[in-house]
Design a protein around this ligand. Structure first.
Ligand SMILES: [Zn+2]
Length: 262
């Protein structure tokens, strides 16, 4: 068993990474605390608590935050488990949290995501999800996967982009939808609900050498890029998509990401 690598990005925001030793995908998860509930974005690549102790980690982080915030006294303190998208390496840990007191695990089909967040004009609408004095903007994001969304946290200025924008492979399943999603994120970036500071996706696969990506299955990434990307990366992704044509497997290599036609 290997514990999650946890980083407090702010007093109310935790970044968790499933260690490479437990699964080569090593996805990032995020736990955001509000006065009324917490939001966990993604549950990792493993449904086995012995391999990756998600339940124990989340319980301990929530206990820590509640101790630091004694004015929050709802018990059980509600936890909403939602996802960046429905690929296996982001939802496999759902079962570990499903029976947890006070916990809601959001379904992973587009219809379930649309219904839970209350989208009426999917995917072009941005909806608000309130954690209690902390609003998260939920932005429709299909293209990599049909039920993908991005989450913008006004408190930290972080846009959580799942597998849609990250330092690594950007797998394009539906090019038209992917382009529309990047253009939606660009519009949001340029008229944000709060200053947009950085993007954080769900994997790091790029090395520090521009354009050099670690191949799928890599366990050891000694000089990987940091996860956070600047807002201008969205312009780079949009222009790279223009260079992508129709050939399956086609790749467009940029300094900090590689677009792959699936
Ligand atoms: Zn994915």
């Amino acid at each position: 068993m290997t514990d999650a690598e946890t980083t407090w990005l702010s007093p109310d925001t935790v970044q968790l990474r499933q260690p490479k030793s437990s699964h080569w995908e090593a996805p990032f998860l995020f736990l955001l605390f509000g006065r009324e509930r917490a939001l966990l974005i993604d549950t990792g690549a493993t449904g086995d608590e012995q391999i990756f102790p998600l339940r124990r980690t989340v319980d301990a982080l929530i206990d820590t935050w509640l101790r630091r915030n004694p004015a929050v006294f709802t018990r059980p303190y509600p936890l909403v488990v939602a996802h960046s998208h429905a690929h296996r390496d982001h939802i496999a840990g759902d079962a570990l949290l499903a029976g947890r007191p006070g916990t809601t695990v959001v379904g992973t089909t587009p219809a379930q995501v649309i219904a839970f967040f209350g989208f009426r004009a999917w995917p072009d609408e941005t909806v608000e999800f309130d954690l209690g004095r902390r609003i998260i903007d939920v932005i429709g994001g299909p293209g990599h996967e049909p039920s993908a969304v991005a989450y913008f946290d006004r408190e930290t200025g972080i846009l959580f982009t799942g597998d849609t924008v990250l330092p690594g492979h950007l797998y394009v399943r539906d090019r038209a939808q992917y382009v529309a999603t990047i253009e939606r994120l660009l519009r949001f970036r340029d008229t944000p609900t709060a200053p947009l500071r950085e993007l954080r996706g769900a994997h790091v696969e790029m090395s520090a050498t521009p354009g050099v990506v670690y191949p799928p299955g890599t366990i050891d990434q000694p000089d990987e890029l940091p996860l956070a990307l600047p807002p201008r990366i969205l312009d780079r992704v949009r222009s790279a998509l223009d260079d992508l044509h129709e050939a399956p497997g086609e790749r467009v290599v940029r300094k900090r990401f590689v677009v792959v036609n699936e």
